[in-house]
Design a protein around this ligand. Sequence first.
Ligand SMILES: Cc1cc2nc3c(=O)[nH]c(=O)nc-3n(C[C@H](O)[C@H](O)[C@H](O)COP(=O)(O)O)c2cc1C
Length: 416
Amino acid sequence: MKTVIHIKHTSILASTVTDGGMIKSSDLRSLSLEDFETKAKEIIEKEGWDYYDYAAGRKWTYNDSFKAFGRYIIRPRIMRDVGERDLATTVLGHPISIPVCAAPTALHVYSHPDGEKETAKGVKEAGSLMILSSEASTTIADVAGAAPGALRWMQTYIFKNRKHTEHIVRQAERAGFKAIVLTVDSPVTVNWDDLDDSFLAEGHGKTDPKYRCINLDIDLPEVHAAKASGDTNLTGYLPEQHNSPITWDDFKWLKSITSLPVVCKGILTAEGAREAADAGAAGIIVSAHGGRQLDGAPAPIDALSEVVDAVRGSDVEVYLDGGVRSGNDVFKALGRGARAVFIGRPILWGLACGGADGVKRILTMLGNELSDVVALSGCCSTRDIPPDMIVHKSYYASKERVGKASKICPNCSCKL
Ligand SMILES: Cc1cc2nc3c(=O)[nH]c(=O)nc-3n(C[C@H](O)[C@H](O)[C@H](O)COP(=O)(O)O)c2cc1C
């Protein structure tokens, strides 16, 4: 054990770290999200940090994903009975305690030796939902075994070799996952040349089987052939599986092989949303892949409204990920029509700093902040945020302001 100093806002706090570099559970509460990021960068080896922190191109989309939240303003109501706030909601009919969930991110083993198993425990303890990445470093069955009975969805791509997708779907069904999440924003492998070199060069990802995408390293003739030809860790074979420019016919194929609901992840336009709804998607995650795919795509919070409007009146649920870093961000996304939000990198920071406890702390910290913003805005539930409460800042330059109380809150009967 040794003592380290963290800067938290303006105060300096001392916390105790374990031999593995993680922070003692009792000290996690004193860390801000920025502290988690700083500490995670110290704990995670450079190769993994570079991979996690990567963003595409000139990082326009990545940077704007955070900044864009500042373009939305909360028009608070006052003198409401906000003594009891309810953050719970449902996703595809399944209850969650807070509307902040874990996005699918690959290779959690860089953050923690037990990888996604720890993440699963932390998310379960927070009463939230985890989407497991098809590129996880832990088998689907092991993740399920680590946190039995928890709510989980399974992310997949439609890989060039469809047998990989089928394998992932079958394993997820067997392990009790409740939905399949198809990532639709990645028809080709991105050019990773701009990724800092340690991940791509001689890092563990290339040489140590511990860092492989275990759910894709399966008993298939094509996999055996790749290994026999010297590609032991599949670092040539697997990226090639991503060169799979899918269409809605492939989406229909995916739906035809499973009875689980299918959610589309990576939609940023009304056109895409309508196509997804017509094709039978149960949900849409408005996402720019954390700024890791198309640079120049809109910040998800900017794209949210048009997606929500496009599927209004249907059963399609809309969620958001990208740049969410505070309860304030969460509130704005919910107020603009998202049913829940997902976070990617912060979960990896929490995992590195405190394992399952760190993941839980990240989620509950955002939940606590959200609860405060809900109260300060004069709401009592995240499900009943008045539609005109979160406005684009251009509203304050316009003469036609909303300003009319029009609804009655179903919880406390106050005017919204
Ligand atoms: C290290 C890392 C790995 C990711 N892996 C996947 C993946 O396997 N599948 C996927 O659909 N999205 C993946 N994503 C994107 C996330 O699901 C999510 O869209 C993004 O991280 C949200 O942005 P945030 O990190 O700002 O919260 C990954 C993101 C990161 C940072």
